[in-house]
Write a protein that binds this ligand. Sequence first.
Ligand code: GLU
Length: 198
Amino acid sequence: DDSETNLMCGIIGYIGNKNSLPILLEGLKRMEYRGYDSAGVALLSENHLEVIKKQGKLGNLITALNGNNFNSPIGLGHIRWATHGVPSEDNAHPHVDFQHKIAIVHNGIIENMNELKAMLESEGHKFTSQSDSELFAHLIEKYYQPGQLTEAVKKTLSVVRGAYGLGVLSADEPDKIVAARLGSPLVLGIVPEGGYLI
Ligand code: GLU
């Protein structure tokens, strides 16, 4: 349908037994034509979440990574085509929760952003960007119970109206990426040597 072609941007995720960063960057390179606003990656190594993002083309992110490999078997990547909020480092994905444990990448638009943001702000959540996508990180944090990332994402999706291709990871559950889509394209890949890609 038309909504799929209007929402550009690209998301990628990898979990497996290889180092994720080169795989994520290769994926982002192939999707580079989909977004020039900003690019970023979230990497988990030994339960530590590292998020690196840069405004502008993918090359800016690669320069900022400076040859570091992070040795992380699980990660997410994003290349942005902004719908809410100017192209900037703050608005770039991945977005994280307040505790810096949950990272999300999102392709699409949250239509009931204003009411969800008002609800979260009244509960004390502080936002660091103008991107609608940041809501996902805060909602998942709000609904998170230990060991139940998938359930928190499901609950979040039950209150969000809009379109999404979504990838989520948490430092507390380093053995999984939770992915979902509605109205945005998303493909699950099974890596023959072990692991998964979205
Ligand atoms: N609506 C989100 C944003 O503006 C995602 C845009 C996109 O699909 O790149 O950050």
